[in-house]
Design a protein around this ligand. Structure first.
Ligand code: FAD
Length: 286
């Protein structure tokens, strides 16, 4: 993993510095999840990031939350963040409109390693909002499509209405040698697809366990079952990477809010090779 590259593009000398950025667009993905497109042409100038990195988004007078960057890393000028409204800051962000200003600092953290996936099959396994931090890696894989083998995207949501980026999911499926399988916990009258947990989708594909890299992001329980299933299918666990989205406060390793055993999610992660984090996944109340 190119950890040394993680913060290479920090446009500010002080990693704690928050910059004002204007919201260019708000898209509601479903009832409680929305995507903010931020105009990066103002204060921050050229802003680059690696797939998997996150920003701290700040609402003046309310506070900050860690949010993954969900747009195409090759796109300059704007930046997307897809946000699930759960608490104080994300609710305040959900009330923002086009033209409003919020604070941004970042990008922070490690990235999904693309170099290890060259010439191999890639299996992206994700649930719920977990597709957001994986979307930049999907864009990057598709941009250099010939450098990778099969691309398999397995995605699970609670219901059809909860699924993110539905139009894009269909578009990705049209790309050469890309398989997209989507499942929901509960269907509705319009849903003709799979029903069940995301791991059940693994039974519909044939993984070449000798030649596959897996990127996994979702609720911790989903990641735990996914890892068990991948292990059962013979995938060497050092070819599995996951993104941990624990409590984050300072994002630069000072405060300890995101400490996970001896590891800090903010500066060592959020993307980890599985062997580095697996012993901690089984421990409660870390
Ligand atoms: C590296 C990283 C990347 C992340 N990327 C994303 C992303 O792309 N998109 C995204 O949406 N989130 C992301 N998160 C998660 C996000 O940072 C947290 O959900 C954050 O805490 C939200 O801040 P908040 O103030 O809105 O919620 P908080 O107030 O911090 O609430 C967080 C949790 O507490 C619960 N809670 C809040 N208030 C109450 C209450 N009164 N009673 C009971 N429970 C309550 C909420 O349900 C929620 O589960 C990421 C986190 C990390 C560490």
């Amino acid at each position: 993993m190119k950890d040394e590259l993680a913060n290479r593009s920090l446009p500010m000398s002080d990693a704690m510095m928050t910059y004002p950025v204007t919201i260019r667009k708000v898209i509601w993905e479903n009832d409680d999840t929305f995507t903010l497109t931020l105009d990066m042409n103002g204060t921050l100038g050229e802003f680059s990031f690696l797939p998997g990195q996150f920003n701290m988004l700040y609402v003046y007078g309310i506070g900050e939350a860690a949010i993954s960057i969900s747009s195409d890393p090759s796109r300059t000028g704007t930046l997307d963040h897809t946000i699930h409204r759960v608490g104080t800051v994300t609710t305040a962000l959900s009330q923002k409109k086009r033209g409003d200003v919020i604070g941004v600092r970042g990008p922070y953290g490690s990235s999904w390693p693309l170099d290890v996936a060259q010439k191999r099959d890639v299996c992206v396994i994700t649930g719920g909002i977990g597709l957001a931090p994986l979307r930049p890696v999907i864009y990057s894989l598709l941009k250099k499509r010939d450098e990778y083998g099969r691309i398999i995207i397995l995605y699970g949501g609670r219901s059809p209405l909860d699924l993110l980026y539905r139009v894009e999911l269909e578009r990705w499926e049209d790309a050469k040698n890309v398989e997209v399988l989507v499942t929901v916990d509960r269907g509705d009258s319009s849903w003709k697809g799979h029903i069940g947990v995301v791991t059940s989708l693994l039974s519909y594909i044939k993984l070449d366990s000798r030649n596959t890299i897996a990127y996994v992001c979702g609720p911790e329980i989903m990641m735990k079952y996914t890892i068990d299933e991948l292990e059962r299918r013979g995938l060497p666990l050092d070819r599995v990477y996951l993104s941990m989205e624990r409590n984050m406060k300072c994002a630069v390793g000072f405060c300890g809010h995101c400490q996970y055993g001896p590891t800090f999610i903010c500066k060592d992660g959020p993307v980890f090779p599985l062997p580095r984090i697996r012993p901690l996944l089984d421990r409660k109340e870390l």
